[in-house]
Structures are given as structure tokens and as C-alpha cells.
Design a protein around this ligand. Structure first.
Ligand SMILES: Cc1ncc(COP(=O)(O)O)c(C=O)c1O
Length: 393
């Protein structure tokens, strides 16, 4: 089915005339590559999250890659991380020559990494832990921070789902500021978007300097510095990459950042509409994930749990009503590139990740974006609940 035929798409960016205007201004300014808007975007993003440094990059995957490189993670190192996330963290672990070790989620109702399972998987080679705040709902940060401190492991937060999400019980600190580094994505489906784009947060000045070097070929100065006469030449200090963002995206990012809290609360309203409708329907087979924490997450993903045996039929009912659904996520350990030899792609293997596998077999993700009206979320919830009526069961 063509995306334009959906009555309710899974995700839609919310962009307006302000974004169009600043993009036009950048085009007219004659400076497109990384420059003054990127600096302003970094400063604003760092301030919004209460972090000392923000480094803007090409996308969230680049943010993870640079983080692993800056922390010196490489061949022989193991990085404990979730399988229930997007493939980027595991792919980037392999890209630096290290080994991803998957730890289970706590439960299908709380699909963030389980600190106890991490503890069981620590070996002398373990160097770091990557945590992902599924849907923008905080992972168990106090336990994770205590564990990483005790075991001298580097904690990296993949906060792609939770920009500007504060954690009341942890001093109102923002997601992405608990780890040594925190990474974000501004892909088109994210809570704030620049089309493609990403950010890394850090309080460590040395790491921030290293990240800036690695982002741009290891060079000591940027074109923008030379353009302003701040440098005549450059040296290459480390073997870097080109993971720069550009000023067009940064200008759009600045506008999106201003609207972020509003966008997050519009998403929360959708999440609350779904969770309330599902709670009132009181069906034993239907649960809204993190329904009890709707106030405390960035509502990037609207996930429900159904019995595995009914999932395809329920998705078909929704599809027939032109409501797009998805599965976040097929677990990484089931992808061809990550499979043990002799196991077919898509087949869930016994990787000692029972909660991840149960969640993966039961989850459906529903439309959620800041432009989705709560009236429309109610229509989607009603359609979903009707799909559980006996004639569909
Ligand atoms: C949890 C998570 N990590 C990393 C990424 C990678 O970000 P990007 O697509 O900007 O490379 C994404 C999303 O796309 C994501 O959802």
C-alpha cells in the first residue's frame, strides 16, 4: 500500500513555514556547510539538556560510531547492549571491530535493558554498555549507573527516542546526560527532525574535543574558521571521518528544538488517549506499553502487546482501515547479518533473550506524531479495540 493512501501514517514530521523560512535564509546567506547555525544549534541543544557540550553530526548512526571511536572501543572489546532496538548500535559496534553482546529487556511491559542480565554477561573484555530508552521512556538509570560505576564500564546512552525528556526521580536530568556520552537522531520520524541529523552530548571537554576532530577528518580547523580568517591552514590530528551536519539542517534543527517540548507533550496526549482507551476496554489480551508512565516519557513510539497468535490478524484489520502499523523492533539478533550459522533469517533463535523474543512476537506499534489529533488517536484506539471483538478473534 502506498504511504499516501494511509488515513493515518505511522509517523509524520511536523514542519511549518518557520522551518521553510530559515532554510531559505540559509540558502540566501551563501553559507551552506557547517558554520554559524550549527554552532548555535549545538549551544541551544546543550543548554536545553543541561549538558556542557553538544556535537552535531550527520545522523544518529554517526553519533554512535563517533562515540565508540572517541571512547577507544575496538577489536577485542565487548559492548553489552539491547537486541530490542534499531540496528545502528550493534552495526556501529561491529564497525569499530568490537563485539556486541546482547542483554535481555526487563519484561514485555518494560522493554528497556535489564541491569541484572547485563551483570550476568560481563566478562574481562566488557568495556561499555549501550542503553536505549525505548519510546523515550527512561531505562533504569540509577541501577545502570551504579552497575557501570562498580564494574568500571563506560555507559553510552542512545537517547534517540527521548530528546528533552527529563527524569523527575533523578534530579530532573535529561535523557542523554547520564552516560559518559548521549546520542540523538533527527531522522524524519523522530520527535524533532532535520531530515537526517544527529547530536552527541557530553560533559567531558576532552571527549568533546576528540569527537569534533573525529567528525571532520581529524582536522584542526573547519572551512568556516578559515573563511573567517581564524585559521590559515590545518593539521590532521587523528584518522577521522566526515560526519558533519550542514547549516541548512542546523537552522531547521534550531526551530524544531524550540518546538520540541510542545511536540513531546502533543505526543504524550496521543499516548494517553491510547492507554486510557485500552485500559477502559479492559481486554485481557491487550496492553499499552508504558501506559502507566505516559507522563514520564517522550512518547516516540506507541507500542501495544497482543497475543502473538492474533498479531497478524489485528494488523490486517488496522491496515484495512488504512491505519499504518509497524513492529519496533525485529530483534537485532534475528537479522541475517547477526545470525549464527545455519539459522534462517527472521527465525527467533534461542539467544538467551526470552523477554526480548516474547516482546518481539507480541508488539505492534501504532501511529504517533505531534500532528496527530487526540480525536484521531481515539478513532485508531476504537478500531484496534474492535479488532479484538469475537468475530475477528
Ligand atoms: C534507537 C535508535 N538508535 C539509532 C538510530 C539511528 O539514527 P539515524 O537514523 O539518524 O542514523 C535510530 C533511528 O533511526 C534509533 O531509533
Amino acid at each position: 500500500m502506498n504511504a499516501s493512501k494511509w488515513r493515518y501514517a505511522l509517523a509524520e514530521p511536523t514542519l511549518g513555514s518557520e522551518e521553510a523560512l530559515v532554510a531559505k535564509e540559509v540558502v540566501e546567506s551563501g553559507w551552506l556547510s557547517m558554520g554559524p547555525r550549527t554552532q548555535a544549534f549545538e549551544e541551544a541543544f546543550a543548554a536545553k539538556h543541561g549538558s556542557a557540550h553538544a556535537i552535531a553530526v550527520a545522523n544518529g548512526t554517526a553519533a554512535l560510531h563517533l562515540s565508540l571511536l572517541a571512547l577507544g572501543i575496538g577489536p577485542g572489546d565487548e559492548v553489552i547492549q539491547p537486541s530490542m532496538t534499531f540496528a545502528a548500535s550493534a552495526n556501529m559496534t561491529i564497525a569499530v571491530g568490537a563485539t556486541p553482546v546482547f542483554a535481555d529487556i526487563i519484561s514485555p511491559e518494560e522493554p528497556t535493558i535489564d541491569p541484572e542480565d547485563i551483570a550476568r554477561r560481563i566478562t574481562p573484555r566488557t568495556k561499555a554498555v549501550i542503553v536505549m530508552h525505548y519510546g523515550g521512556y527512561p531505562a533504569r538509570m540509577s541501577e545502570l549507573m551504579a552497575l557501570c560505576k562498580a564494574k568500571k564500564l563506560l555507559l553510552i546512552e542512545d537517547a534517540c527516542h527521548g530528546p528533552a525528556q527529563r527524569v523527575p526521580e533523578l534530579g530532573h536530568r535529561a535523557l542523554g546526560t547520564f552516560g559518559v556520552l548521549g546520542t540523538f537522531s533527527f531522522f524524519a520520524n523522530k520527535n524533532m527532525t532535520t531530515g537526517e541529523g544527529g547530536m552527541i552530548l557530553s560533559d567531558d571537554e576532552g571527549l568533546a574535543t576528540k569527537l569534533r576532530l573525529l567528525r571532520s577528518h581529524g582536522m584542526t580547523s573547519l572551512s568556516w574558521d578559515r573563511h573567517r580568517g581564524h585559521a590559515n591552514s590545518y593539521d590532521v590530528m587523528v584518522h577521522g571521518l566526515n560526519y558533519r551536519i550542514d547549516d541548512l539542517r542546523s537552522a531547521i534543527g534550531l526551530v524544531q528544538l524550540e518546538k520540541l517540548e510542545q511536540a513531546n507533550s502533543a505526543r504524550r496526549a496521543v499516548a494517553k488517549t491510547y492507554s486510557r482507551a485500552i485500559e477502559e476496554a479492559n481486554l485481557p489480551d491487550l496492553t499499552y506499553v508504558f501506559g502507566d508512565r505516559a507522563e514520564f516519557g517522550a512518547a516516540h513510539i506507541a507500542a501495544i502487546l497482543t497475543p502473538a497468535s492474533k498479531r497478524d490478524d489485528i494488523r490486517t484489520v488496522l491496515r484495512d482501515e488504512r491505519i499504518q502499523t509497524s513492529l519496533h523492533y525485529p530483534p537485532i539478533h534475528s537479522f541475517t547479518a547477526f545470525l549464527d550459522k545455519g539459522v534462517e533469517a527472521g527465525q527467533l533463535i534461542d539467544a538467551g533473550l526470552p523477554m526480548t523474543e516474547e516482546f518481539a512476537s507480541r508488539v505492534i506499534t501504532l501511529p504517533i506524531y505531534s500532528g496527530l489529533a487526540t480525536e484521531d488517536a481515539s478513532i485508531i484506539a476504537d478500531t484496534l479495540i474492535q479488532a479484538f471483538e469475537p468475530e475477528f478473534a
